[in-house]
Design a protein around this ligand. Structure first.
Ligand SMILES: NC(=O)c1ccc[n+]([C@@H]2O[C@H](COP(=O)([O-])OP(=O)(O)OC[C@H]3O[C@@H](n4cnc5c(N)ncnc54)[C@H](O)[C@@H]3O)[C@@H](O)[C@H]2O)c1
Length: 252
């Protein structure tokens, strides 16, 4: 157990997923007070073994402003406010543009870009009033590279990165840092669902690993460690950046 986040109040979205769970575990082990949220009811299981002063959980859809309001209301009631936000919820529909329906486009852009906008927007007034705060979003190699059959996903993660950069400029003078991580493939249910959708999952797995110069994909904890670094005081002069956590993928 460390103390790097002792008393720091952090909201984590997508907390029931692979990366989200690792972020929540990492924050709790460093003394943070966590409001963990996900659209999936299993988010409640994160609180097992902890007290309500350490972690509260809430089922909510971060694409809806009313649900975002409920998340911040819970964090306010439980901890008196929010010092940090990890905006990590997201999902992929893997299709080229000509096969992507209007509904699929809207759902991916909303889940990955609008959710970050809504979550950050709601955190900022309190952070501005206090003159401090830190926000980290989960982007992707798809934020900076055009990847096959990821029309809506690349557009959504590119939008997320541009919002990180834009907001970092607006709030840098107010003690608020805003950054992102850019993971390559990560061993989570998200990746498993993607592989399951391929005609030949075994070939897809080998292809994905080979595309990363390190010859493997990430464990969720490796991405969570980068998120915690950017969120915390060790990154005190870093804002508007995306830290690639991709085993060298984007260095080619
Ligand atoms: N797994 C990968 O290979 C990979 C690679 C690059 C980036 N990412 C990104 O990492 C982040 C975490 O993904 P993961 O790999 O842990 O996947 P995951 O599917 O295990 O977790 C994502 C979580 O987000 C939640 N979520 C989705 N839409 C939501 C909504 N509208 N409201 C609330 N919660 C919602 C899901 O229920 C899920 O628990 C995502 O933003 C994803 O785009 C994943």
């Amino acid at each position: 157990m460390g103390t790097a986040f002792e008393g720091t109040r952090v909201i984590v979205t997508g907390a029931a997923g692979g990366v989200g769970r690792a972020v929540v575990r990492g924050l709790l082990s460093e003394g943070a007070r966590v409001c963990a949220t996900d659209i999936t009811p299993s988010v409640a299981s994160l609180a097992t073994g902890y007290s309500a002063s350490e972690i509260v959980t809430i089922e909510a859809d971060v694409t809806k402003a009313a649900d975002v309001e409920r998340i911040y209301a819970l964090a306010g009631e439980s901890f008196g406010g929010v010092d940090g936000l990890v905006s990590n919820a997201g999902y992929i529909i893997s299709k080229p543009a000509h096969d992507t329906s209007e509904e699929e486009w809207d759902s991916v852009l909303t889940a990955n870009a609008k959710s970050f906008f809504l979550m950050a927007k709601r955190a900022l007034p309190e952070m501005l009033a206090r003159g401090s705060g830190s926000i980290v979003a989960t982007g992707s190699i798809s934020s900076v590279l055009g990847l096959p059959a990821q029309a809506a996903y690349c557009a959504s993660k590119g939008a997320l990165l541009q919002l990180v950069r834009q907001m970092a400029i607006d709030y840098a003078g107010h003690g608020i840092r805003i950054n992102a991580v850019g993971p390559g493939s990560i061993d989570t249910p998200f990746l498993q669902r993607y592989l399951d959708g391929l005609a030949d999952p075994a070939a897809g797995m080998a292809e994905i690993k080979a595309a990363h110069p390190m010859g493997r994909w990430a464990q969720p904890e490796e991405v969570a460690d980068a998120i915690l670094f950017l969120l915390g005081g060790k990154a005190s002069f870093i804002t508007g950046q995306m830290l690639m956590v991709d085993g060298g993928y984007s260095a080619r």
